[in-house]
Design a protein around this ligand. Structure first.
Ligand SMILES: [Zn+2]
Length: 456
C-alpha cells in the first residue's frame, strides 16, 4: 500500500503530537525540591516489558548552549561536565552494554529559555525514528535528546504553573513513537529529555508572590540530582529499598549507615545522603535493562498474595535484605513488569515480582514491605491509578536464600509466594487533579506519572 507524501507527513505530525501528550501524561518524572521504582522500570509497555534504549548503543545527549547558573559558577562547560560525569556513573556499571556521549549542542541561538523551549521538548522526536516513520532525514529533522539548563526555573514555571520553579528540581522523560499498533520497535526509546532547574542554585532566583526555595542546592546535591535524573533518562524508576532509613533521617537524623542505605533512585531527597554513588539496587536494575547478568548474579521471583492466600497484590515492594550490608539490599515491585491496560493499571499477574542482581555467596532474607505512605500518589513507584496496600513488613522465615553460582550460571529461585501480613488495608494513590506541585508528595503536571521530591 502506497501512501501519498502529504498523508505520511500528516500522520507523522499526529503521531508526534500524540507522543507529546503521552509523554506529558505518563512518562513525566519530576524531581521537586519541596518534598521530594531500581527494582522498577520508569515505564513499561502493555505487555509489561520495560521501556529502554537498545543495548549496545551509544546514548547521545544534546546539551543546550546556555548555562545552569553562570553567577553561581555553573557556566555551560561546568553544567555539561556534570551531566557527562553523571552518565558515566551509570554506563560504567560492570556488565552494562551501553555507552553515552555528548552530541552536538542544540541549535538554540545561545540559550534555551521560556520563549523557545517548546522547539526542543516537543520536537526532534521524528528524526530519531526515520526508519519506522518512513521519513527522509530532511523531512524528519534532527534526532535530539535535549538536556536543558533552566537557570531561573522559568521553563518549569511555564510547564507546571506559577511558583513551581521553587519546588520542582528537574524533569526527565523518555520518548517513543507508539501508535497503539503493538509494534515493539515503536516503543524503543531513542530519545529522552532532561530539564534541570537552576532556580535554587545560588544566587537563588526569586519571584514576588512565591514562597521561594526551601533551601539552597549545593553542588553535591545538584550532582546527586543529575545522577538520579540520568537514571530516569535511561529508564529506571524509583526504589525505596530501605524506607526505615528514610524515616529515621526525617525524624531523629541520619546515621552514616542510613545515608548509605538509600539508593540513588530513592524517590525523595535527603540532603546529607550521597546519591551520586550507586547502591547494589541501582546497579542491579541497570544490569537488568542493559546487561546479560544471569551468569554472574542470582534471581528470585514469585507472587505477592493478600491475606486470603489467593488474591494477587500489586504495588508491594519485595526486598532481598543482605544482613551483612545495608547497601546491598535489592528491591522490586509486585506488578512492576506485569501487563497493563490503557490507564497504566496492572491487568494480569499483578502480584508477580522479580529480583535480579543477587551476589554470589551472599545470604538474603526476602521480605515484602508496603510503599511508604510519604510516597503514595507518586506514580513512578506505583502507577497513578494503582491502589497500594499498607501492612507490616512480612519476612517469611522460609524465604532465606544464599546465592550460589557455578560453571558460569547462577541460581534462579522461583515460586516464592509471599502472603502479606494481617492488617492489610488499601489506600488510593490516585493523584490530585490539580497540576500544581504540592509539598505533600502529590503533584506533578499533566496528571500523569511523576514524583515529587520532599526535603525533610
Ligand atoms: Zn525521580
Amino acid at each position: 500500500m502506497k501512501k501519498k507524501r502529504g498523508e505520511i507527513i500528516a500522520m507523522t505530525k499526529l503521531s508526534v503530537l500524540l507522543v507529546a501528550v503521552i509523554v506529558l501524561g505518563t512518562v513525566l518524572v519530576l524531581y521537586s525540591s519541596q518534598e521530594g521504582h531500581a527494582g522498577v522500570a520508569m515505564n513499561v509497555d502493555p505487555t509489561g516489558a520495560p521501556l529502554r534504549w537498545e543495548q549496545n548503543t551509544t546514548v547521545t545527549f544534546n546539551p543546550e548552549r546556555g548555562a545552569l547558573k553562570s553567577a553561581g559558577g555553573f557556566d555551560n562547560a561546568k553544567s555539561v561536565e556534570l551531566v557527562r560525569k553523571a552518565f558515566q556513573v551509570w554506563t560504567s556499571v560492570s556488565g552494562v552494554n551501553l555507552s553515552s556521549k555528548q552530541g552536538a549542542f542544540l541549535d538554540d541561538g545561545g540559550d534555551v529559555n521560556a520563549s523557545n523551549f517548546q522547539n526542543f521538548i516537543y520536537q526532534g522526536i521524528a528524526g530519531c525514528y526515520t526508519d519506522i516513520l518512513g521519513l527522509s532525514p530532511q523531512e524528519a529533522g534532527p534526532c535530539w535528546s535535549p538536556v536543558i539548563f533552566d537557570s531561573d526555573g522559568s521553563i518549569i514555571e511555564s510547564l507546571f504553573g506559577s511558583c513551581n520553579q521553587f519546588s520542582i528540581r528537574a524533569v526527565t522523560k523518555m520518548d517513543h513513537v507508539n501508535d497503539m499498533s503493538g509494534d515493539p520497535e515503536r516503543r524503543k526509546v531513542r530519545r529522552s529529555t532532561m530539564i534541570i532547574n537552576g532556580a535554587c542554585i545560588a544566587p537563588i532566583s526569586n519571584k514576588s508572590g512565591c514562597g521561594g526555595c526551601s533551601r539552597e542546592i549545593s553542588e553535591e546535591e545538584l550532582y546527586d540530582t543529575i545522577v538520579h535524573e540520568v537514571g530516569h533518562f535511561l529508564g529506571l524508576g524509583h526504589s525505596q529499598v530501605n524506607p526505615d532509613a528514610y524515616d529515621r533521617c526525617k525524624s531523629s537524623g541520619c546515621s552514616d549507615a542510613d545515608k548509605e542505605a538509600l539508593p540513588t533512585m530513592f524517590p525523595s531527597s535527603i540532603s546529607s545522603a550521597d546519591y551520586s554513588t550507586l547502591l547494589e539496587d541501582d546497579k542491579a536494575y541497570m544490569r537488568r535493562l542493559y546487561a546479560n547478568a544471569s551468569n554472574q548474579y542470582c534471581s528470585v521471583s514469585g507472587t505477592v498474595l493478600d491475606r486470603d492466600g489467593v488474591t494477587e497484590v500489586a504495588a508491594v515492594e519485595v526486598v532481598a535484605i543482605d544482613s551483612n550490608s545495608s547497601s546491598g539490599w535489592i528491591a522490586g515491585l509486585s506488578g512492576g513488569e506485569s501487563p497493563q491496560n490503557n490507564q497504566g493499571v496492572c491487568s494480569g499477574n499483578c502480584g508477580a515480582f522479580l529480583l535480579t542482581g543477587l551476589q554470589e555467596g551472599r545470604t538474603y532474607q526476602i521480605c515484602a514491605q508496603p510503599i511508604n505512605s510519604a510516597f503514595k500518589g507518586i506514580s513512578s513507584i506505583a502507577n497513578k491509578s494503582q491502589s497500594v496496600v499498607d501492612f507490616p513488613r512480612t519476612c517469611p522465615e522460609s524465604m532465606k536464600i544464599t546465592c550460589q553460582c557455578s560453571g558460569g550460571s547462577c541460581e534462579t529461585h522461583s515460586g516464592f509466594n509471599i502472603t502479606i501480613g494481617q492488617g492489610a488495608t488499601t489506600y488510593d494513590t490516585s493523584e490530585p487533579s490539580s497540576s500544581s506541585a504540592s509539598g505533600s508528595g502529590g503533584s506533578s503536571g499533566g496528571g500523569g506519572g511523576g514524583c515529587s521530591l520532599s526535603l525533610p
